[in-house]
Design a protein around this ligand. Structure first.
Ligand code: UP5
Ligand code: MG
Length: 190
């Protein structure tokens, strides 16, 4: 329907829980546009934007980039996609992100996928990834875990209090996790 109000779904989980992998699979089967907040921030660094150095430093420290920056990137990507159904990966990361996004876009996610995975497994995955990410080293990984627990779990709890969280055991093989994810999305159509 032309002009239908935009809707979003969001994937939250610790670093290395498999958000990116699962979201890429979901968009192949369902008609969403995948927006990874981390990928948008990394693209902003590569583009040589004036915020690039600040973003790079925050990512290296595992810290959360100010909402103004991330929300603007998400809004731009949403506009450019021409779609009105979004699967947002790795955002909101704290309560301030959540409030800013809802305030600016007026979009509240239909539901949240929470990819639950033990830290030992996430650490193993990240150290094996080998894609040259500046934050895939033991020191930064531990900082990312701490920020996830302190700042992102409260977001999961917020959505949980609204009955919007689907918790997924992410410590299984990719295909098994995806079976569960597909079942969650199936009522929402293609
Ligand atoms: N893998 C995936 N699934 C597997 C499975 N089931 N079994 C075995 N292996 C599996 O997967 C990670 C690795 O594990 C891959 O090698 C994969 O093949 C394998 P991936 O799907 O990439 O996991 P993901 O959860 O996406 O991990 P990622 O490292 O991307 O998570 P982060 O949340 O840490 O990274 P993100 O890019 O979202 O953010 C990076 C940084 O950007 C943040 O720390 C922060 O500094 C900044 N940021 C913000 O400030 N604000 C934002 O809104 C977003 C990011
Ligand atoms: Mg990712």
């Amino acid at each position: 329907i032309v002009g239908a109000a935009p809707s979003s779904y969001t994937a939250i989980g610790g670093p290395g829980s498999g958000k990116g992998t699962q979201c890429a699979n979901i968009v192949k089967n369902f008609g969403f546009t995948h927006l990874s907040a981390g990928d948008l921030l990394r693209a902003e660094i590569s583009s040589g934007s004036e915020n690039g150095t600040m973003i790079q430093n925050m990512i290296k420290e595992g810290k959360i980039v100010p909402s103004e920056v991330t929300v603007k990137l998400l809004q731009r990507a949403m506009k450019e996609s021409g779609n009105n159904k979004f699967l947002i990966d790795g955002f909101p990361r704290n309560e301030e992100n959540r409030a800013a996004f809802e305030e600016v876009t007026k979009i509240v996610p239909e539901f949240v996928l929470f990819f639950d995975c033990p830290e030992e497994e996430m650490e193993r995955r990240l150290l094996n990834r080998n894609q040259g990410r500046v934050d895939d080293n033991v020191e930064t990984i531990r900082k990312r875990f701490k920020v996830f627990i302190e700042s992102s779990i409260p977001v999961v709890e917020h959505y949980g209090s609204k009955g919007k969280v689907h918790k997924v055991n992410a410590a299984r093989p990719v295909e098994e996790v995806f079976e569960t994810v597909k079942q969650i999305f199936s009522p929402y159509g293609a």
